[in-house]
Design a protein around this ligand. Structure first.
Ligand code: PHB
Ligand code: FE
Length: 328
């Protein structure tokens, strides 16, 4: 059989499991019933396909995020904000030492197009990559339909603040956001706002706990308020953060409810640096030279506070800004 490859969108003929193969530069991607396979000139790798699709979904939805999105200890992306590095073994001391690491740079729209096509083809009707494991069917098995609705969800990115006139709406039963099973005890009352006449569009308030209690996704920070480069990006978490995030700036975490365990490693090598257990009210400033992965035993609320200034990554890499928020 000849396999026809259309540039940028993978093979037309599916493999024996019903899935298309994809390639990007010298990287090749394939899936079968249980695993995603990645090949590059000097090596190859596999991941459980549910974990792969959860990571791929976030990398796409977040526009390749801040800095590094490690899918696991071997493969991932580094955002140069306009172009993206796709790498294998680059941030793994052992792959580096063995000379098996590989990096290729792509214009953002190209890698985005291939990743979107792969996510669409490899996500079955039963699987929602944003949902907690308890709230989705399986990712596994032969090809079985699509879940376009789940993988193209609207991403909440407020211009000023959720609930402000013309901005992102509040969540209600009626607009499809019932209270999550983990948050039945969260009060749903809204603040009583009494602006002076003429200031109705300027004075806005909402119940953030109620808003988060109605989130239908996990490990997906939403921009709920914006003040210049200061972004409040709260999220609800359950099970495991599907990526290992390598920061290119300091990132603040405020634990709003329940508990998250963080595994913190050196960003370059993966060497263990710390384990942090965050309980309600705890605040952490994650340094700019680490990578981290969170573990949430039950659905919990986390406020991620980002400084989105485009100047920060260069200032840090040139040593003009410290990697830590506080020098003790
Ligand atoms: C992070 O990498 O900082 C991060 C990503 C997604 C979350 C929470 C934290 O839901
Ligand atoms: Fe992070």
């Amino acid at each position: 059989m000849t396999t026809e490859t259309l540039p940028e969108i993978g093979t037309v003929e599916p493999n024996q499991h019903g899935y298309r193969n994809f390639s990007l530069g010298k990287f090749a991607f394939a899936r079968d019933e249980y695993f995603a396979y990645v090949k590059w000139p000097k090596g190859n790798h596999l991941m459980p396909v549910d974990a792969f699709l959860r990571a791929l979904q976030r990398d796409i939805a977040w526009g390749f995020f801040y800095g590094i999105v490690n899918f696991d200890a071997v493969i991932g992306t580094l955002n140069h904000y306009g172009t993206v590095d796709l790498f294998a073994g680059r941030y793994n001391a052992h792959y580096r030492k063995a000379g098996l690491d590989y990096v290729e740079n792509f214009k953002t729209p190209l890698i985005q197009r291939v990743f979107e096509a792969m996510l669409d083809d490899w996500t079955n009707a039963t699987f929602d990559p944003f949902a907690s494991p308890e709230e989705t069917g399986p990712a596994f098995g032969p090809k079985n339909g699509h879940n376009k609705e789940a993988i193209t969800r609207h991403r909440v990115t407020a211009k000023r603040m959720v609930g402000a006139p013309g901005d992102e709406p509040l969540r209600t039963d009626d607009n499809g956001f019932p209270v999550n099973r983990g948050f039945g005890d969260v009060p749903q009352d809204e603040p009583d706002v009494k602006p002076e006449p003429g200031f109705e569009d300027e004075l806005v308030a909402f119940n953030l706990f109620a808003y988060l209690s109605r989130s239908d996704v996990t490990w997906n920070p939403s921009v709920v308020s914006v003040c210049k480069n200061s972004l409040y990006c709260p999220t609800t978490e359950e099970y495991i953060l599907p990526i290992i995030h390598g920061n290119d700036r300091v990132e603040w975490f405020v634990q709003l409810s329940d508990e998250i365990h963080w595994e913190v490693e050196d960003r370059e090598t993966g060497a263990a640096r710390a384990r942090v257990t965050m309980k309600p009210g705890d605040v952490a400033a994650m340094p700019a030279d680490i990578r981290h992965r969170g573990f949430a035993p039950k659905r919990s609320m986390l406020l991620v506070w980002e400084n989105a200034s485009p100047e920060i990554p260069d200032l840090i890499s040139q040593g003009k800004l410290p990697t830590n928020a506080v020098q003790f």
